[in-house]
Design a binder for this molecule. Structure first.
Ligand SMILES: [Zn+2]
Length: 362
């Protein structure tokens, strides 16, 4: 063994010892795809990252065709982390989403004060890949337009739009997936229980329960928005408008959707009829593949960008490691410096809370 080789092995040894699992990702090549309305950060292939951008642009156009008055553009582009596989996606999951027994995360929307993020893996099988993209982006759009939606409606909309069928000429809303129907037939949740589920409820956090919650929320959103030839959509609009004006949820429910007993009966009838209405959306123009600007990120840029996401995901220790790596490579890197600024602010808030005895909620 030569001296030079020995040194190399020792350096690698130190690197492995000193380096948490996150460091392995530093070896990846990350690219940035910029479409008119999205920024895709990806370590998947250029083709896959371009496809994510195209899907999002198509979905945005379909959503606009359906709701021309709704806001579509936040202050800055939604930043979309599209990883090449589920393992890489999981390495970026926010704090608390990796616990044992936690519901599996296929994708994720994270709202920050200055940016919105989407995290997803590009290796999801079949239509599931599109579903995750559309589902998470629906959260971005709803978050932009409504100051509060109850969880059942927020996830119900995200599932309903998540199953949209998007193509160049015509898109559709309301498609039923067989697995959703199966879950609806085998796992029921009484309506008052469904409406009281929060982000901390077992139905939202446990993997053996979450599909029942999503399916029933989808069915209720479907019934209210499209059911009986959209006969209930005005009630739904009125409900959302009362919430928007600060009316308490229970009062808004009573004033617009009426008795839960009757609503529950109608929903069960709708589900068992299997006559789900769907809606066709004409697409405004074609979206060609592979037309968006693409560039390779430097290691410092990719580490800095992912570091920002970890800060927003409340993984401050991991973020610090990643951001320091980025700054070691390039002290002037803009993303890493922005991430460090955000990190310092979060650490300061945590320290203030600790001194004041306030539990950390960020
Ligand atoms: Zn969701």
């Amino acid at each position: 063994m030569s001296f030079r080789l020995l040194i190399r092995i020792s350096v690698i040894g130190i690197y492995i010892l000193a380096c948490p699992p996150l460091c392995a990702a530093a070896e990846d090549t990350w690219i940035e795809v910029t479409s008119p309305n999205f920024l895709i950060i990806s370590n998947a292939s250029i083709r896959q990252a371009q496809r994510v951008a195209k899907n999002l642009e198509q979905f945005r156009a379909a959503f606009h065709a359906l709701f021309p008055k709704m806001k579509l553009d936040p202050g800055s582009y939604p930043m979309v982390f599209a990883t090449r596989n589920e393992k890489d996606m999981k390495s970026l999951l926010p704090s608390g989403r990796q616990e044992k027994g936690a519901a599996q995360t296929a994708g994720l929307f994270l709202a920050g004060p200055e940016r919105n993020f989407i995290l997803l893996s590009t290796d999801a099988p079949g239509d599931e890949g599109y579903h995750v993209i559309y589902h998470e982006y629906t959260h971005v759009l709803m978050n932009l337009n409504f100051r509060y939606l109850p969880l059942w409606l927020s996830e119900g909309f995200a599932e309903l739009f998540g199953f949209a069928t998007i193509s160049d000429k015509e898109s559709g809303l309301g498609k039923v997936r067989p697995e959703v129907l199966r879950t609806l037939q085998t796992a029921s949740i009484p309506l008052p229980d469904l409406m009281s589920i929060t982000r901390d409820s077992p139905y939202y956090r446990q993997k053996d329960k979450i599909s029942a919650f999503y399916s029933r929320s989808w069915a209720l959103a479907h019934y209210l928005m499209l059911g009986d030839k959209q006969a209930h959509s005005k009630q739904l609009r009125d409900f959302m408008s009362l919430l928007q004006n600060g009316v308490p949820e229970q009062e808004a429910l009573q004033r617009t959707l009426g008795s839960l007993k009757i609503l529950s009966k109608n929903l069960e009838r709708y589900i068992s009829s299997k006559q789900f209405y769907s809606y066709k959306i004409p697409m405004p123009h074609n979206f060609k593949d592979g037309r968006y600007d693409t560039r390779t990120l430097s290691s410092a840029e990719s580490l800095g960008t992912r570091g920002i996401f970890l800060v927003y995901g409340d993984r401050l220790d991991d973020a610090k490691i990643m951001l320091n790596q980025a700054l070691n490579l390039d002290p002037r890197n803009a993303a890493a410096n922005e991430g460090m600024g955000l990190l310092s602010e979060k650490e300061r808030l945590r320290a203030v809370r600790a001194v004041e005895g306030i539990p950390s909620v960020d």
